[in-house]
Design a protein around this ligand. Structure first.
Ligand SMILES: Nc1ncnc2c1ncn2[C@@H]1O[C@H](COP(=O)(O)OP(=O)(O)OP(=O)(O)O)[C@@H](O)[C@H]1O
Ligand SMILES: [Mg+2]
Length: 392
């Protein structure tokens, strides 16, 4: 006799028996009624799941719609040029997640020159790329002129970049085979309706703004680092961007050239251009109007670092001031000599006393050397001997 097959009861069978009051196994076999019940239940479950998903996505759609509505409201009447809200960016490296930004909040107004300082790997470039629309955040929002750019499609983001953002990078990123002028013209080819002549004129005007109108026909390899960076700045302004983003703009320049570039950026800022820069270079913060510090993907505090050892820029500023002082001193001496023309000898001390004390105390050189320089420059035919100046 064949051995009876023992069927083990499943939890579904138990549920069936409980719900219907029937047995699921009859004479060692699964009951036909149970099989029918099971089929119907499976169908019902799928239906239920579908309905759940549908209502879920309806809910989501509703939420997204209301977010878009809110964003549109913000668009109509925005207070800040840029608002960054709780921005997160996590990169996936194989199976490891790198949290480059961990909740950044920031506002930028028109006319600001924002500098974000921070150690390597703190997330500066990541933040800049998100603000510039080169990448999208994992979480959080970015509003540019009230428009939520974190929700844009790739195509819309590309349009936004072209119309609203000017980029300047550490290594200039100029096209090597083109002249400076042609490089500045590149963004003009992708937008607007200027004629070729109009584009050339606009590019020339931009080169003039950065003091390079004479060098427009040179290719990047024929230009110094500072000149290449000036071309890059001119190019960034080709499309009249709402904001110019700078990633380590002085990073590849010696400190003196870096300061020249920063002076240029500050001039453009004073004329109304808005900048956001990220940098290791403390000199950038000396020129910026708002300074933030970044560490481990978060913005820490606002404000310029005080107590830093004197930066090159301060030194340069002092040098410029003392040069100016020297010129003022020479003009006072000249006035005194002019008033005493005809005399054959004048006491050096009398000349010195004619110059205000404030100027004397801040001279970069010895007073007598400055007097001598002035005599030579003006062919005055005088000679200092002892404490007197003799004229022949
Ligand atoms: N494309 C990427 N894929 C994976 N990880 C990345 C990527 N870009 C940046 N990271 C990581 O994110 C973190 C922040 O990088 P980010 O380049 O923003 O820093 P940074 O402050 O600009 O540094 P630096 O001063 O060296 O330029 C780093 O740990 C970096 O390794
Ligand atoms: Mg960087």
């Amino acid at each position: 006799m064949a051995k009876p097959i023992i069927i083990e009861k499943t939890s579904l069978m138990e549920q069936y028996e409980e719900e219907t009051g029937r047995v699921s196994i009859w004479k060692g076999e699964i009951s036909t009624h149970f099989k029918k019940w099971r089929k119907k239940k499976q169908k019902d479950d799928i239906k239920k799941q579908k309905l759940e998903m549908l209502s879920q996505s309806r809910k989501e759609r509703k939420e997204i719609k209301s977010e878009i509505k809110q964003d549109k409201e913000a668009e109509k009447d925005y207070d800040h040029l840029i608002v960054v809200e709780n921005l997160h960016k996590t990169y996936l490296l194989g199976t490891t997640a790198v949290a480059a930004l961990r909740g950044v909040d920031l506002t930028i107004d028109k006319g600001d020159f924002v500098d974000i300082m921070g150690p390597s790997g703190s997330g500066k470039t990541t933040l800049l790329n998100l603000i510039g629309g080169l990448d999208t955040p994992t979480r959080g929002k970015i509003f540019l002129e009230g428009r939520n750019i974190s929700m844009l499609s790739d195509n819309d983001l590309a349009d936004m970049r072209r119309e609203k953002i000017g980029f300047v990078f550490q290594f200039y990123n100029l096209l090597p085979q083109m002249t400076g002028l042609e490089n500045v013209m590149v963004p003009l080819h992708f937008s607007g309706n200027l004629s070729r002549r109009g584009k050339r004129k606009k590019a020339m005007d931009l080169l003039r703004t950065v003091g390079l109108e004479e060098r427009g026909h040179h290719t990047p390899s024929e230009l110094s680092g500072g000149e290449q960076q000036r071309v890059a700045i001119a190019r960034a302004f080709a499309n009249d961007p709402a904001i110019c983003v700078l990633d380590e703009p002085t990073g590849d320049l010696d400190s003196k050239t870096g300061i020249m570039i920063l002076n240029l950026i500050r001039d453009l800022n004073r004329k109304g251009a808005t900048f956001i820069a990220v940098s290791h270079d403390a000199a950038v913060s000396e020129f910026a109007s708002k300074v933030f510090h970044m560490r481990d993907g978060k913005l820490t505090h606002e404000g310029k670092i005080s107590g830093l050892k004197e930066t090159e820029i301060m030194e340069l500023k002092r040098k410029q001031e003392s040069e100016l002082n020297k010129e003022k001193c020479k003009s006072k001496i000249f006035n005194y000599l002019f008033a005493n023309q005809g005399k054959t000898e004048i006491k050096v001390n009398d000349i010195k006393n004619s110059v205000p004390k404030g100027i004397i105390t801040n001279l970069p050189e010895h007073f007598n050397d400055i007097l001598k320089e002035l005599i030579e420059e003006n062919n005055l035919n005088g000679k200092i001997e002892g404490d007197k100046l003799f004229f022949k």
